[in-house]
Design a protein around this ligand. Structure first.
Ligand code: ATP
Ligand code: MG
Length: 426
């Protein structure tokens, strides 16, 4: 390292990370490992977020204890992962991910005979389990701001990659050559976009240029990993900003190939996608839970509706057609983003409810409004009516039915409360 050690260790007086903002479960793991003679640091996103005064999503720990040694210390521990073997330590309502310092991937140690590290012919790392030093571990993380460690024993931050400076500059920058790091793991390109949008940071210029040039590599990522990443992106609470960066960085056209082409054929089509992502961000930031079926129904709503309309034929069953069109589209994405079948089924439901809604049949309304798929379908109706200025009467009708139903439920609850009180009086 060219940096002198003094600039790598940041003392308590020179940073704002405090133990009181760290989960008690994470502190327990850190102290226990230390008591048993191991090094143990809080690592990655948690340190970055604590410096930024943001509540971390999770508290990851890194140590020189191997997964087997960790398992011996903690009864509530399970070893997971093949690509990365690490320990999950279970607490009430929280899992503390604890990994062992990892060594860098070099040509020497990534040959075919080495079962701990394996690299495919195109440079993609497929197995990665050679243990190393704290510095080696830090330098093989994705971005400088994600490579910070916090040592709970002497309250220092350890910064091997100049990450603290990049936090101050609000910059997402890969550690080492962006070209090599993005080839090693193309998911890092999406992670860069996610961190830039959620933290309101900028992606370093060279990194951004490299992403634009290598965006096509995203098609090499496994479809289940892509599904997880897509959920993290869209449920981040800043999906609208994220969508813009995905587009500017060329990633979007390799993620949603047909949809991207369709949106770009007519600039008016951006209105739907922008409005749906805005709505999604509002819900998430208000603490409301949005599930994956509603997410996909919203994003692709206008696209699906247009495709259905094109194929509509009066003699055919529109329920079947709706399901078929949506099924075909979402299944065609699955080779790249593996959307679970149950989610696809529920996206179809949301859209077939729209057909039922238009019938406004008083005999069936109450039953429809109590069915499990109703809320998502109703939210879609509400959103699409507002954006496309249509179905005002249909929305009004179902809003009334919904109000009636919730009144009935409330009075039922009050009724049973009264009965309970009476019983107690007796
Ligand atoms: P958040 O949890 O807020 O989404 P995070 O930075 O903690 O963000 P995680 O996915 O929880 O992200 O990963 C924890 C840490 O592991 C990261 O901060 C980073 O240091 C490292 N890491 C995760 N994914 C990669 C990757 N693909 N390549 C290199 N390092 C990674
Ligand atoms: Mg994290």
């Amino acid at each position: 390292m060219s940096n002198p050690l003094s600039s790598i260790i940041i003392n308590r007086d020179d940073h704002c990370v405090s133990r009181k903002n760290i989960s008690s479960a994470a502190l327990k793991v850190l102290y226990r490992l230390h008591d048993k003679g191991f090094k143990a640091y809080l690592a990655g996103g948690a340190v970055r977020d604590l410096i930024l005064n943001i509540q971390p999503n999770d508290f990851d720990i890194v140590t020189n204890a191997t997964p087997l040694e960790i398992k011996k210390i903690f009864k509530n521990c399970r070893i997971v992962g093949r690509r990365f073997t690490l320990a999950h330590i279970f607490f009430k309502g929280e899992i503390i991910e604890t990994s062992t310092f990892r060594a860098p991937i070099t040509k020497k140690n990534s040959n075919k005979k080495n079962t701990q590290i394996m690299t495919a012919n195109d440079g993609l790392v497929v197995r990665d389990n050679l243990f190393g030093t704290p510095e080696e571990d830090a330098l093989r993380r994705d971005f400088t701001v994600n490579a910070l460690f916090y040592d709970p024993i002497n309250f220092t931050i350890i910064d091997y990659a100049n990450g603290l400076n990049d936090v101050k500059l609000k910059k997402i920058k890969t550690i080492g050559s962006p070209q090599r790091r993005f080839i090693e793991d193309p998911v890092r390109m999406i992670r860069a976009v996610r961190f830039a949008s959620t933290l309101s940071f900028n992606i370093d210029k060279k990194d951004f240029h490299t992403i634009k040039k290598n965006a096509y590599l995203i098609q090499n990522v496994s479809s289940s990993r892509m599904y997880d990443e897509m959920q993290k992106l869209f449920f981040s609470g800043s999906s609208n900003e994220m969508y813009k960066i995905l587009e500017e960085s060329n990633l979007l056209k390799y993620i949603f190939v047909d949809f991207y082409k369709w949106v770009n054929e007519d600039s008016k089509r951006l209105n739907w996608i922008n409005s749906s992502l805005n709505q999604l961000d509002k819900w998430i930031n208000a603490g409301l839970k949005v599930d994956a079926p509603l997410l996909f129904a919203l994003i692709f709503g206008e696209y699906h509706e247009t495709m259905i309309e094109k194929k509509i034929d009066n003699n055919k069953n529109t329920f079947d057609l709706t399901r078929r069109v949506i099924n075909d589209h979402l299944n065609s994405i699955c080779s790249q983003i593996r959307i679970p079948k149950t989610i696809i089924y529920q996206v179809c439901d949301i859209m077939t409810y729209q057909i039922r809604f238009k019938k406004m049949n008083p005999k069936q309304s109450s039953r429809i409004a109590q069915s499990t798929g109703f809320i998502n379908a109703f939210l879609y109706l509400k959103f699409s009516s507002k954006i496309l200025l249509r179905n005002e009467n249909v929305l009004y009708y179902w809003q009334e039915i919904r109000n009636d139903n919730s009144l009935k439920t409330t009075s039922k609850k009050i009724g049973s409360q009264k009965r309970i009180t009476k019983r107690f009086k007796k």
